[in-house]
Each structure stands twice: as C-alpha cells, then as structure tokens.
Design a protein around this ligand. Structure first.
Ligand code: ASP
Length: 453
C-alpha cells in the first residue's frame, strides 16, 4: 500500500479514504448494534445514513446505462473488425462459463468434505413468506437477449439486451465506414464525459461507503451468524479460495500477469462491490480499474466488463453450491452425484440469468433447490446472513469479470503493459477531480469543437 497511500503533496489517495470509510463504518456499525440505542439506530442510521447510502448507490446506477452504451460503441468501433469482435465475445463467454463452473464444482466439493448443517435443529425458524422461483428454460434465457423494444431495454436497465442492441449498432456503424465517423466521435466525447461523471461520483465514495457499511452492520450485528456458523465459514472459505487461488491460477496461466499487482489494482472495485452488493452498480469502477489502472484497451474492457457483470457470477454460484449442500444436510437428503451435477448446471445457467443487483442470488437459489427437489423454505435459515454473504460474493463476482477481461485483453494484444506495471496509474488523489490539470485541455477541446464560423 505504502506508496499509493499519499501523493507527493501528502493528500490521502481516494482508495485509502474509501478503505477508511469502510473500516470506520464497520467499527461504528458493530458498536451501535451492541448498544441498541433505539433512536440512533432507527432515525440516524436507518434514516439519515440509509438515505446517504442509497443516494450514493443510485448515483452509481445512474452512470451504468449511458456509460455502457457509449463505451461499448467506442469499443466496437475501436476493435474495428467484426471477426475480432466475434473472437473477443466467444473467448470471454467461454472463460466466464469455465470460471463459474470451476467455482461451483470446487465449492460443492469443499462443502461435501466439511459437511455444514449436519445435525442442525430446525427449531424456531420462520419459513413464512419464502416462495420459490421456477427455472426458465435455456431457450427462454437466450431468447430474452434480443430486445423487442430497445427503449424499454434501456429504461429498464436490461443489461444483456442493452449490450446486444449496442453491439449491433456498433457493427452497423463499422459497416457504414467513413460515414459514421461523426457518430463515433460524438460517442467518444460522450464516453469521456461519462468517465468524468464517474470521477465526480467517486469523490463522494468514502462518505457513501461509510454510510452503507455502518447501516449494514448496525442492522445485522454478529448474533445472526451463530446458528449458521458452519454455513458461513464454509462459504467464506470457498469464496476466498476462489478469489485468491483459483482465479489467480487462471490469471497466471492464461495471461502471465502478476496476481499481486492485479489484486492491488482491482481493490477499489472490490471495495465498491462489497459496499453496494451490486456488480451492476460497480461497472463504472471495474471499468476504470481495468482500463486506467491495468492498461486494458477500452475496446475490450467496455465489452467484457458489462458482459461479465451481467452473466458471470462466480461468487453467487459458490453460494448456491454451499447452500445446497448445507440444506441437503439439514433435511437429511442425499442428492447423489446426479443431483450435484444438476446443481452445477443450474447454477451456471442461473449465473447468466442473474442480474447484478443485491440479493438476486438468493432468489435464484430457489430455482436451483426446486430443480433438485429440496424444500425452498430452507432458505429462511440463511436469509439473515445473506446480506453480508452477498457483499463478499459480489466482490468475488467482479474480480472474476476483471480476471477474464485481462486474459482476453492480454491474449488479443489489447493491453498496455507499462500501465499495468505503473503502481500509480489511474490512481485518484484527494478530492481534486483532475480539474486543474485537465480544465485547460477541455476548454481548448471545446474551442476546437465549436463550428469555425
Ligand atoms: N449481488 C450479486 C451481484 O450483484 C448477485 C447476487 O449474488 O445476489 O453480483
């Protein structure tokens, strides 16, 4: 950390401030949970902190659709060749499936070895209000990728549909060649503008993260974890194993990149994912980390990051695997090899269909349980601890996206290794939004942009 902690003028780096916000929120939340002062917990934390936290998450989400649209158009135009685009798409899709399948297979193995939930007593668990979700067929999942109405897709934030539509638009622009130059240039400018908005929102991140984390820990406390401690421990163990071992092996083997440098550079995105429990809301930060901090070209990152945030959920799949084994043990049901293979297939499919927003993984778990005939009321057992588990698994989800992104970029020759090697690349310092150094350039650019007359 040392070097990136402060810049030359002695200001704290934004990442450090965000981490301080997170640590402060954690400590304050746990203390407030233990003290249980009704007024503070309800009105100050639940009310005011909740409002600030929600504003921050809303602000992040407000960036997602325009950012994905403009940066993806630039990405497609930047790749410039439809065949390469197809290769990048195929490669990332294959890697996303492979990492998710590995994640859940390993998680099920660990859970079977440790056996969480054996001898669990079901007393006092309220299972009312837990309802299941039927599995959509593979065909329905794929058919839904093509939007009937692109405007509805954009307004509803349907990421797969937006990506599909934008790629088609980008390809069409490529086919028009010279004629689409003004359109591509306009998108490039809009992309730059959106990145600036990201920077403005990020400046408020330390406060937003502090409020979100304080609220979560004030409400959750640690008492909730005791009854399902074995589930929590096995799940967190499996998530960490995937994060620090499996994904890093994938990274090293397929891209040759240094896992330590990678981990350091992806940290801001992990903190955002942890605080918001939403891969979608984290897209702007993940995108910044892989492009500006690691040197992935915008052409690749703008495609693989939103794509991954939508279809790649390694952490969610791990949770579903561990939860299935836990509940099978609680109910004393033996699923057998066939059952677990079904769970793997279902979880990979669910991963594609799960939106990157908080809590969806648990809803999709009902689908997996339905498929193998486990009682869905069992979800009530793990409901209480799910928010914290969601935060951790979302951080794993976006790390998986970034690993695949760097592998694709590296193997396609779309990565600037000098940026990757530079420890300060893309580092935001203090609250200075880069206005001083850049303002002149922007004004000069604006002057150029004005019509000559
Ligand atoms: N919150 C997760 C994500 O956004 C999805 C989930 O597992 O609920 O990636």
């Amino acid at each position: 950390m040392g070097a990136a902690l402060r810049d030359e003028s002695g200001k704290l780096s934004l990442t450090t401030k965000i981490m301080l916000g997170m640590g402060g929120g954690l400590v304050l939340g746990v203390i407030l949970n233990l003290m249980q002062i009704e007024f503070v917990n309800t009105h100050v934390v639940g009310g005011f902190f909740g409002m600030v936290g929600r504003m921050f998450v809303n602000a992040l989400q407000m960036l997602v659709v325009p950012l994905v649209f403009f940066s993806l158009i630039c990405g497609v135009a930047g790749i410039g060749d439809i065949r390469i685009l197809g290769r990048v798409g195929g490669k990332s899709f294959g890697l996303y499936l492979a990492t998710t399948a590995t994640a859940i297979a390993v998680a099920i193995l660990i859970a079977l070895l440790v056996g969480p939930g054996q001898g669990f007593v079901m007393d006092g668990v309220d299972t009312t209000g837990v309802t299941g979700k039927e599995a959509p067929s593979v065909w329905d999942t794929f058919a839904a990728i093509v939007p009937r109405n692109p405007v509805a897709a954009f307004s509803g934030g349907e990421m797969l549909q937006i990506i599909f539509y934008t790629i088609i638009l980008g390809v069409a622009a490529l086919m028009l060649g010279e004629r689409s130059k003004p359109f591509v240039e306009a998108c490039e400018f809009m992309n730059e503008l959106m990145m600036k908005v990201v920077q403005i929102v990020m400046a408020f991140a330390p406060i937003g993260v502090f409020c979100l984390i304080t609220k979560t820990f004030t409400e959750q406390g640690i008492g909730l974890f005791l009854p399902v401690m074995t589930y929590v421990l096995v799940l967190v163990g499996a998530l960490f194993l995937h994060l620090f071992v499996t994904l890093m092996i994938f990274l090293k083997v397929f891209s040759g990149l240094d896992p330590f440098v990678f981990m350091k550079k992806i940290r801001p995105a992990q903190i955002f994912a942890f605080s918001t429990a939403s891969s979608n809301a984290t897209i702007p930060v993940t995108l910044r980390c892989v492009t500006e901090r690691m040197g992935v070209s915008n052409a690749v990152g703008s495609f693989t990051v939103p794509f991954g945030a939508t279809i790649n959920m390694d952490g969610t799949a791990i949770m579903q695997g561990v939860a299935t084994v836990f509940l099978a043990n609680v109910y004393g049901i033996d699923l057998g090899i066939g059952g677990y293979v079904t769970v793997i297939a279902m979880a990979v499919l669910a991963s594609i269909g799960t939106a990157g927003v908080p809590g969806v993984g648990l809803v999709m778990l009902t689908m997996v349980l339905n498929q193998v005939g486990l009682p869905i009321e069992g979800i009530a057992l793990i409901l209480g601890v799910d928010r914290l588990m969601d935060m951790i698994r979302t951080a794993v989800n976006i790390t998986g996206d970034a690993v695949v992104t760097t592998i694709v970029a590296r193997t396609e020759g779309q990565m600037d290794m000098d940026t990757f090697a530079d420890p300060t690349a893309g580092e935001l310092i203090g609250d200075n939004l880069g206005i001083d150094e850049k303002a002149e350039g922007v004004l000069a650019g604006a002057a150029h942009a004005r019509p000559a007359e």
